[in-house]
Ligand binder design. Structure first.
Ligand code: C5P
Length: 422
């Protein structure tokens, strides 16, 4: 479960409470499990702990001021909100909870909370009378109704000498609770196959045709599918990326090898997500020896590669197939055309060729999802976050196709036989 934190970007908000000293332990645990952590401190928090402590523990500069032109230029409140996969405010003081309920944006932490649409968890820490005060109870009730997660508080001895409920939850338990946020179960029991990266089409023993695909999107999709409870197989072209935990990976070079690897896995695959940038053509002939630099002109005849995605869809019509459309113009039109031409269930279209909209090699991307009955825009965000949103939509469309509403019961009772090759 805690491995879910690997590669996650956690924004830790520290507010003015004596429990602020325990937030250092939260940072250490989060990093131990592979999360990247950035800390935002409120002004009151700095009365309890110095920013230097969190800078040293997180390995990142601590963010403090909303109206700091230098900080805003480096990573302002909108960038911080966009950067993070989840926000944890620990400790969350009574004052912070009151301001969060009101939607104030009068300091950096409040502004980031308001500007983000990612999971937000708070770990209240205060005197037990403040915790049971009607005002705090009201604030917590409203915040929970808006989807804010509350971790704790625990009961026991308090710094003020009182005994009662109001201690910040133990850092280890807090971190475990946060890990659960990344577990959706939306694809539980399903086998998902992801293709990723570029392919290399050999010209001679030392040269090849390829493209700029980094494989980052496909690997993020594979990781998000694991987090959603799927058994995940990844067939990857040459990339320099680590295999996400829990993913079975096959490495290939050429389009033909990719097709062979995919075909050998297809028996029980429920969902194919083809993120690979497969070369459309390959040299008809691969020279046995390195081509010498002799002639002024050299012609290499290219022939068409098999289309892995549409071949799979034809052979396994029950498999829910998702393709990508990397386009430099007419995004919408090309995506719809591809949806029909390849006969697939969904196309994820993205702009390539400029840095503004992410794409190849970038850490960020934006997608337009197109399926037969509708479409959905997923705005520019980091690829991990985007992959999770993407997987959420795939799960939804997958179950809609199987005439089940997306409820926990239906997911658990989904009959896999219905999806087997007929
Ligand atoms: O036709 P186009 O290459 O634009 O289609 C892109 C989509 O088709 C991607 O999902 C890609 O992984 C898949 N594809 C494939 N086999 C090919 C070419 C593309 O699976 N030979």
């Amino acid at each position: 479960m805690l491995e879910r934190l690997s590669n996650k970007r956690v924004l830790l908000g520290v507010t003015g409470s004596i429990a602020a000293y325990k937030a250092g332990e939260v940072v250490r645990r989060l990093r131990e499990y592979g999360a990247e952590v950035r800390v935002i401190m409120t002004h009151a928090a700095t009365d309890f702990v110095t920013p230097m402590t969190f800078q040293a523990l997180s390995g990142n500069p601590v963010h403090q001021h909303l109206l700091d032109t230098q900080a805003e230029a480096a990573m302002g409140h909108i960038e911080l909100a966009r950067w993070a996969d989840a926000i944890l405010v620990a400790p969350a003081s009574a004052d912070f909870l009151a301001r969060l309920r009101l939607g104030r944006a009068d300091d950096l932490l409040m502004a980031v909370c308001l500007a983000s649409d990612i999971p937000l968890a708070v770990a209240p820490a205060m005197n037990h009378r403040m915790w049971t005060d009607q005002a705090t109870e009201d604030n917590i009730r409203v915040l929970r109704s808006r989807g804010v997660l509350t971790f704790g508080p625990d009961s026991g001895d308090q710094a003020c000498g009182d005994v009662g409920v109001g201690r910040m939850q133990d850092p280890q338990i807090l971190v475990s609770n946060l890990a659960e946020v990344f577990e959706s179960g939306a694809l539980a029991g399903l086998h998902v196959l992801v293709t990723a990266g570029p392919t290399r089409e050999a010209i001679d023993p030392v040269r090849f045709l390829s493209n700029h695909s980094s494989g980052k999107m496909g690997f993020a999709v594979a990781q998000a599918a694991v987090e959603a409870g799927a058994r995940v197989t990844l067939v990857s072209g040459p990339v320099s990326l680590n295999t996400p935990d829990g993913v079975k990976r096959y490495d290939v070079e050429s389009a033909q090898q990719m097709q062979d690897a995919v075909t050998s896995c297809m028996n029980d695959v429920d969902i194919l997500i083809a993120t690979a940038a497969v070369a459309d053509y390959r040299p008809e002939q691969v020279e046995a020896q390195k081509i010498k630099k002799q002639q002024d002109e050299l012609q290499v005849k290219l022939i068409k590669n098999p289309d892995i995605l549409s071949t799979v869809k034809q052979r396994y019509p029950a498999c829910f197939c998702v393709g990508f459309a990397a386009e430099t113009e007419n995004l919408e039109h090309h995506a719809r055309t591809k949806l029909h031409d390849k006969g697939v269930d969904m196309i994820a279209a993205n702009w390539v060729g400029d840095t503004v909209n992410g794409g190849f090699n970038s850490d960020e991307n934006a997608l337009r999802l197109v399926w037969h009955e509708g479409e959905q825009e997923l705005p520019l965000m980091n690829k991990s976050k985007l992959a999770r949103a993407f997987i959420g939509h795939i799960a939804q469309r997958f179950y809609v196709r199987h005439k089940s509403a997306l409820t926990g019961d239906n997911i658990l009772h989904f009959d896999k036989k219905e999806n087997s090759e007929s």
